[in-house]
Design a binder for this molecule. Structure first.
Ligand code: SF4
Length: 362
């Protein structure tokens, strides 16, 4: 099928690439607009993926194979700078010098990672041996050995869950969904590389909701001896050797715990992307209470926005795993195609209920 329809996909990460693939298979011309100089988004920064430990590059290759179609026009180092309604579609300006028309727009701007320096009490950016889960992943990808800044093999490593998530002080009350299982995966990887290093995960509760996540957690304890301590880190400080002294309230034992680790890893959460805010302002898109884009309905219309002809896919509406992002991208492609071809209107009414009551504790 060859149609004369065009869709602009804003964002070339997992959701954008997979949605572009499925739209192109329906004969739709896709402009895949990515601000960076390559496609792949955050996936490029992850060496191995939970729960199977598959190499992330395999999924990148799968997605890249999808966007090789002639009717997908990949635009790298490209930023949407203006958008104007024109008939049923949109006139779009890219980088101030390229104009194009799209019959519909699919926004796939993803997420940013929480800035760990905002949790000053944990010492990121202050103490040498406090790193984030994203930093640890970069070390894994580089193939270099994990060592302290002083050049020593770490004997003890701590991983702290919920950094910048489920935290009113940080302004993010939601669960980021992927960091518990990332913490388990990274703890296992540390033990695989350094079997004699003791690894401690400090958590509020473990959210192993996905298929095989629970098995990975069990394996972490039974096969790798990783210690899971239920408690919130209240403060980290540095000793004279560069060790990180942790003060934790062990909520299972009901007593305070003090422990010194050689490296502390902060499992940072997912936050709404800066790029989402910019794109949202161009189209007048609404945000939900957590700052991610607000979908038309939480249960039934999860790829639709408040603006005619503009749709969402992926983690720009809420934190998602890779699996969930790919599924959501395909659903979004289907929703956009239904909008464009209108063989049968899919519009159905549902009473709207706001999500604000969830956060109103009064
Ligand atoms: S997934 Fe786990 S670490 Fe991440 S915010 Fe939720 S409970 Fe915290």
């Amino acid at each position: 099928m060859d149609t004369n329809k065009t869709v602009a996909v804003i964002g070339g990460g997992i959701a954008g690439m997979e949605a572009a693939t499925f739209l192109s298979a329906r004969g739709i011309t896709v402009y895949l607009i990515e601000k960076e100089d390559k496609l792949g988004g955050h996936l490029l920064d992850w060496e191995r993926l939970f729960p199977t430990m598959r190499n992330g590059s395999e999924v990148v290759k799968f997605l890249m194979d999808g966007v090789k179609a002639d009717n997908i026009k990949i635009m790298l180092s490209s930023k949407l700078t203006a958008a104007e309604k024109s008939g049923k579609g949109y006139n779009l300006r890219i980088n101030e010098n390229v104009d194009l028309f799209a019959d519909a727009v699919l926004v796939t701007t993803g997420y940013d990672l929480f800035d760990a320096t905002k949790k000053e009490e944990y010492g990121y950016g202050i103490y040498d041996n406090v790193i984030t889960s994203a930093d640890l992943e970069k070390i894994f990808m580089s193939g270099k050995a994990l060592q302290t800044k002083q050049g020593n093999v770490p004997k003890k490593i701590g991983l702290v869950h919920c950094v910048g998530s489920r935290d009113e002080k940080a302004g993010n009350v939601y669960c980021s969904k992927v960091c518990c299982v990332t913490g388990v995966k990274q703890a296992i990887e540390i033990k695989q590389k350094m079997p004699y290093t003791e690894v401690f995960n400090f958590y509020m509760d473990l959210r192993m909701y996905g298929m095989h996540f629970e098995a990975l957690y069990k394996k972490a304890q039974a096969d790798f001896g990783i210690q899971f301590i239920r408690g919130r880190l209240s403060e980290a400080s540095e000793d004279q050797n560069g060790g990180i002294i942790l003060k934790v309230e062990d909520t299972l034992m009901g007593k305070p715990l003090k422990l010194t680790v050689d490296i502390l890893v902060l499992l940072i959460g997912l936050i709404p992307a800066k790029g989402s805010k910019e794109v949202g302002e161009l189209f007048g898109l609404k945000n939900g209470v957590n700052g991610f884009y607000k979908t038309t309905d939480q249960h039934t219309l999860t790829n639709s926005s408040n603006v005619d002809g503009v749709f969402f896919a992926g983690a720009c509406t809420s934190p998602k795993t890779i699996t969930n992002t790919i599924t959501d991208a395909r659903a979004a492609a289907s929703t956009v195609a239904a909008y464009l071809f209108n063989y049968r209107s899919l519009e159905r009414k549902i009473e709207q209920n706001e999500d604000f009551w969830l956060y109103n504790t009064k």
